[in-house]
Design a protein around this ligand. Structure first.
Ligand SMILES: [Mn+2]
Length: 427
């Protein structure tokens, strides 16, 4: 469904003068610090985050899932939902497909549909963490690391098939996340499993078009509870390094053990030009439990501080990272949760752009941790929301995306069109 632009404008009009007042005030405050609000707005407008095709239904846990109404049942519906998010936020300009959950049957029609919403196809994602109904061999004991060559070949072939779909849609990268590992001590030969994984990834890498990138995602545990073959950024980087210049590590915020210094990982990977992709979420206990920025917004800011530093570093040859939201939308309306996520990501990005980098560097050179903290927190404590709202307004989006989503009764209309009891594929 497409929202009537007039209706978005009408909702915007109700708070427009209030917004203008806040924005003018913030512009003046930033101007006094020699910060040009318009240049930040320009960067915010360019910043686009991919929405994965599995994120549009209500999430759950292995104990249960309580689906909401009006969830998208087809790939077409999912694209339409991402279109809605993009229309409201002007920041969700691409979709990341999961194969085989979302195989496009008519590629041209799917491409046209996405195009009609102004959406591109970002990285495609393979799935060797579960068995499909028609699958010959099982991934119960691993896929790319499996002891049986035939299983490894099946997993390699699947990844290459995913690349084919991606190519047809205009994607330029493959994200590989493996569940491979072991649940019991002694089960797996760590060295052989790593070696076999590398060889399998090399076969996939060799089969990708020459302008494609591969992102190697890591995760410390789950679904295996003793060891994971690609457990951390070190393992991921070793693989990416051996694979070649078009292979990169992918950092997923939730794929770290508690208290890991993720911002340092980001800085280090960007220093060597190997941070290719980034997945956003937040978590208290593990993985992708909750909405981006809902628990640790300061950590998110510190991470963005390094991302901005890496992106602005003229000595770094790191490519522009592929951004994606990768979170389970438990309990909340997934579209509202994604709008909140987009807002949190852009707040952290805008705050990071406010950091006075020259002053920070000087404080570091002078061994002045107090001043360094003052500089960082001055940026973090700036309410940048008027900049985000102004960027959306200029691009034709909503001043208040969630408020507009509710005012226009979008979920109610989706339920009327798709039904009250719908279950979307995914997590
Ligand atoms: Mn991820």
């Amino acid at each position: 469904m497409r929202l009537d632009q007039q209706k978005i404008n009408q909702v915007n009009d109700q708070t427009l003068s209030e917004h203008r007042e806040s924005f003018d005030h913030l512009s003046k405050v930033l101007g006094r610090k020699d910060v040009d609000a318009n240049s930040i707005i320009g960067k915010l407008k360019e910043f686009q985050v991919a929405i994965p095709s599995w994120a549009l239904g209500t999430g759950g846990t292995r104990f249960g899932r309580f689906s909401g109404g009006g969830e998208p049942g087809t790939l077409e519906d999912k694209i339409s939902d991402v279109g809605l998010l993009h229309q409201l936020s002007q920041s969700a300009g691409s979709i990341s497909l999961h194969i085989p959950w979302d195989i496009p049957e008519d590629v041209e029609a799917i491409k046209q549909l996405a195009d009609s919403y102004g959406l591109l196809f970002d990285a495609v994602n393979s799935n060797t963490f579960q068995d499909q109904p028609d699958q010959k061999l099982s991934y119960k004991f691993g896929s790319l690391c499996h002891v049986d060559k035939a299983v490894r070949q099946q997993a390699i072939d699947h990844n290459l098939e995913v690349v084919k779909y991606g190519e047809a849609l205009g994607s330029k990268s493959l994200t590989v996340w493996l569940a491979d590992g072991s649940s019991f001590p002694g089960q797996l030969n760590f060295k052989k499993a790593f070696q076999r994984t590398l060889e399998s990834l090399q076969a996939i890498y060799a089969g990708m078009p020459s302008d494609w990138k591969m992102f190697v995602e890591y995760k410390p545990y789950e679904p295996n509870f003793y060891s994971t073959v690609i457990q951390d950024w070190g393992s991921s980087h070793m693989l990416a390094d051996k694979l070649g210049e078009r292979a990169f590590s992918l950092v997923d915020l939730g794929h770290h053990l508690p208290n890991t210094n993720i911002e340092q990982i980001v800085a280090t990977l960007m220093m060597v030009g190997k941070l290719g992709g980034f997945h956003f979420n937040d978590s208290k206990y593990g993985d992708d439990d909750v909405t981006v920025g809902s628990l640790k917004p300061y950590q998110l800011f510190l991470i963005f501080n390094e991302l901005v530093d890496g992106m602005e570093d003229p000595t770094s040859n790191n490519p522009y990272p592929a951004w994606m939201i990768d979170a389970s939308h438990n309990l909340k309306d997934p579209l509202e949760d994604l709008l909140q996520s987009l807002e949190a990501i852009k707040i952290a990005y805008a705050q990071a752009m406010l950091v006075d980098r020259a002053a920070l560097e000087e404080a570091r050179e002078n061994n002045d941790p107090t001043l360094a903290q003052e500089i960082l927190q001055a940026a973090y404590r700036t309410d940048v929301r008027p900049l985000l709202a102004q960027a959306r307004l200029q691009a034709g989006g909503a001043l208040d995306p969630i408020g507009t989503f509710r005012r226009l009764n979008v979920r109610k209309e989706l339920i009327a069109a798709r039904g009250a009891k719908t279950v979307s594929t995914g997590l």
